[in-house]
Write a new protein. Structure first.
Length: 397
């Protein structure tokens, strides 16, 4: 019963997280497009930065942007902030439900580090906090006006974090934390920089002062950072269903490839929307394709099947399954952390194991997603034995 309630809680929070994320990302993408599509004509007042004509739902819209701000504050002003705040909050709640409350099963891999649950949670919270602080310091440093150097520095920060998570947490938890690391940076950009800067401009308008354009410039820079980081975060959100990414020995390289891929895709579309599709923008799509092929190539290096080896007998396989798998994948699991077999998969009888050989190959041989957190200490040799058995046809004799 407790497990069912936790599953429902996780599902509802995940649902909310996805819906809120759609609202935040949708608004972010729209405004980045809108900013890029602005055009200024000769008759436009100097106070205006540009305008954009849009058509949607059978209606025409004319959107204009001020260079800094209007002369006085309008009666109605729509803010876009709570989508970002609640996306991050719901994500952290989901992280707590799935990973913090079940750290032994989903977060800790004793083959990497023999952590206690409280230690893993402390590392998680400290690393997410440190990520934002370091990123913010980088953006406030003298390199803030050097786009290439700033982008490289932020990428290096993400690379260090990815390598760190991949060597501290289980594969699935590592990928979730890479996404949370980037997502925290994005959400705090809104909470700490973008909205406060907009409030400064509003306060100046209310007081009758001329707003300083630097606040809008800083906010726009952070908003653009969020735009480039969005696609990798979405990938990390859905990656937990695909062990080919997080279960690979070079999973952190796969994650970095996705960060580069997402950045190149956004560069192409941002250039296209601006009407400045130069050689770099045109090269972005084929470059992204090459990066993606490289990422896939890394994951194609499948461990666990040697080819010309002695035939593996089923009793050898069953011994491994009994030692590492059946404590969870049984009608009545004996693992204290599991109330019912994960995904409803029971592996007690030979024919059940044979029928699930493709899943075993993906979850246990191809990756190290199973056993959960490798609590039973399955060795690479045992994984290879399973892989060879499957490659030889999953025979039961």
């Amino acid at each position: 019963m407790e497990s069912t309630l936790i599953d429902w809680l996780g599902l509802l929070v995940r649902w909310a997280h996805v819906m809120l994320g759609v609202l935040w990302i949708g608004a972010s993408f729209f405004f980045i497009f809108l900013d890029a599509s602005l055009r200024k004509h000769d008759k436009m007042p100097d106070i205006m930065g540009g305008e954009s004509w849009l058509v949607h739902g059978g209606g025409f819209y004319l959107v204009q942007k001020f260079k800094v701000a209007p002369e006085k504050l309008p009666k109605e002003l729509h803010w876009f902030r709570y989508e970002a705040y609640f996306t991050w909050v719901s994500g952290m709640v989901l992280l707590a439900i799935v990973y913090y409350l079940q750290a032994e099963a989903f977060m800790i891999d004793k083959e990497l580090l023999a952590l206690e649950p409280w230690q893993a949670i402390a590392i998680s919270l400290a690393s997410l906090t440190a990520g934002w602080v370091i990123y913010d310091l980088i953006c406030r440093s003298p390199m803030r006006d050097q786009t290439a150097l700033l982008a490289t520095s932020v990428f290096i920060l993400i690379a260090i974090a990815s390598y760190f998570f991949a060597h501290v947490f289980s594969g699935r938890a590592a990928y979730v934390h890479i996404g949370a690391f980037i997502g925290t940076i994005m959400a705090f950009n809104v909470f700490v920089i973008i909205i406060p800067n907009q409030k400064i401009v509003v306060a100046d308008l209310v007081a009758g002062r001329t707003p300083d354009g630097k606040y809008g410039k800083i906010a726009k820079q952070r908003s653009l950072h969020n735009n480039f980081l969005t696609l990798p975060v979405i990938f990390m959100m859905i990656s937990s269903h695909y062990p080919i990414t997080f279960g690979h020995q070079q999973s952190w390289l796969v994650a970095l490839g996705i960060v580069i891929f997402g950045g190149l895709i956004r560069h192409f579309y941002n250039s296209l929307d601006e009407g400045t599709l130069d050689w770099s923008g045109k090269a972005a799509l084929p470059a992204a394709g090459l990066v993606l092929l490289g990422v896939i190539a890394i994951t194609l290096r499948t461990p666990g099947s040697d080819g010309d080896v002695a035939e593996v007998k089923f009793p050898q396989v069953y011994e491994v399954m009994l030692k590492h798998c059946i404590s969870c994948h049984a009608v009545k699991p004996t693992n204290k952390l599991v109330e019912k077999p994960p995904a409803g998969l029971v592996l007690e009888r030979p024919e059940q194991i044979k029928a699930a050989s493709a899943k075993i190959r993906l979850q246990t041989v191809f990756s190290k997603a199973m056993p959960l957190g490798n609590q039973t200490g399955m060795t690479d040799q045992e994984r290879k034995l399973l892989g060879n058995w499957i490659a030889q046809g999953s025979k039961l004799e």
